[in-house]
Design a protein around this ligand. Structure first.
Ligand code: PMP
Length: 395
């Protein structure tokens, strides 16, 4: 018996650039004190008030099958959040509640692509993107963005890749680069999608983490509401990564089909999780700002530290909980630098190469540990880079 090509070829095989991450985990299990700046997980836990809402809901009996499209009040709350923040009239019929943003990404691609279709995504990319696309039987085709453009995609690069493709997946604010797409970038994306009749899958799970400028949803651009599927999540905005609650916002027709898919795949999201998410969304933007505040603070701290040295340059950190640092002055690849930093200083960061070829020679630093330790780790990283580059250490 053979397993399907689809499942056995989901990932590219090999380590996919996660060697440093696994090595750090191994060192920790052997008792080494490693400073981990690898994955996108808050250093705070879910707010106790959200947990209280979850507890009250579960004890109140919301433990049976929930409505597959999502609890009506939560769909309304998501619709309201989207309407308020984007200006696009949105109702519950435009919303499907999903078990996290990841399953929303999968469902959106299943809706857009048939087996054998080509789905575009941008390099550097969030680790699961190509596998998600392959998981629906489509062909994952990367479009390179460039460090010299601060990883804002160029319209001409997209236009060159688009003919014959079915969908384009974008992510702003971006993981791993921290870039927030400008209006001009998004307008270029919208034009390419319209000209080539592409579905646009817009991953906006970091929409509450914008440090510079404003988050713009491409669904709000002229004529884009019909061809855009927005992926959202409670994971990052509300420190609810383990609760697995997200959504897709799309046209009513798309959502009707997605509900059908959900009936045959996830069968919805637990009711008590949805009630907790509803409480959290009803708490409004203040709570989201509170949860984003540590990253905003650490990003300021990082800018200060980086301004005191010349070896490492940051891609403008406009949003999300990461810094993308250009370490090419060391003469090492991102992978070599990350390995050396782990070996010498017990600091674990992700090599840029883990996220595709476009981020080669960079490392991604997650701002997910408390401020003083974060600052110290970043200073050590910069000092080490300067030493490797044979430059004076100023910081
Ligand atoms: N998109 C991006 C860009 C992410 O970084 C993540 C999680 N790290 C997700 C989607 C998925 O998040 P979740 O499934 O927890 O909502």
């Amino acid at each position: 018996m053979n397993l399907s090509h689809r499942i056995t070829h989901l990932t590219g095989g090999g380590s996919d650039g996660w060697d440093v991450f696994y090595k750090a985990r191994r060192m920790i299990s052997e008792g080494v004190a490693v400073t981990e700046l690898t994955i996108g997980e808050h250093d705070i836990r879910t707010d106790p008030r959200i947990l209280a809402a979850m507890d009250a809901s579960a004890r109140g009996g919301h433990t049976g099958y929930a409505m597959v499209p999502g609890v009506g009040a939560l769909r309304d709350a998501v619709a309201r959040r989207i309407t308020e923040r984007t200006g696009v009239p949105t109702s519950r019929e435009n919303v499907l509640i999903t078990p996290g943003g990841q399953s929303a990404l999968f469902a959106a691609h299943a809706a857009a692509c048939d087996a054998g279709d080509t789905a575009l995504y941008l390099d550097p990319y969030y680790a699961t993107y190509p596998g998600t696309i392959r998981g629906v039987g489509a062909i994952a085709k990367p479009v390179r963005t460039r460090a010299e453009d601060a990883f804002q995609p160029r319209k001409e690069d997209l236009a060159a890749a688009a003919p014959g493709a079915k969908s384009l997946l974008i992510n702003t604010p971006n993981n791993p680069t921290g870039t927030v797409y400008s209006r001009q970038t998004l307008e270029g994306i919208a034009e390419v999608c319209t000209e080539n009749d592409l579905w646009l899958i817009s991953d906006e799970v970091y929409d509450s983490q914008v440090w510079d400028g404003a988050h713009l949803s491409p669904r709000a651009l002229p004529a884009m509401a019909e061809r855009t599927m927005v992926v959202g999540s409670m994971s990052k905005s509300h420190a609810m990564t383990g609760s697995r609650c997200g959504w897709i916002v799309a046209s009513e027709e798309v959502v009707a089909h997605l509900i059908n898919l959900a009936t045959h795949t996830t069968y919805g999201v637990p009711g008590f999780i949805q009630d907790a998410a509803l409480w959290a969304l009803d708490a409004g933007e203040t709570l989201e700002a509170e949860i984003a505040a540590p990253f905003r603070r650490r990003r300021e701290l990082a800018m200060h530290i980086l301004s005191g040295q010349q070896t490492v340059t940051a891609v403008p950190a406009q949003g999300a909980m990461y810094l993308m640092l250009d370490t090419r002055a060391t003469g090492l690849t991102g992978e070599e630098f990350a390995n050396a930093l782990l070996d010498r200083h017990h600091i674990a960061v992700m090599p840029g190469e883990s996220f595709g070829q476009a981020a080669a020679g960079h490392v991604r630093v997650a701002m997910t540990i408390e401020d003083a330790a974060f600052g110290e780790a970043l200073r050590t990283l910069c000092g080490f880079a300067a030493e490797l580059a044979g430059q004076p250490i100023i910081a």
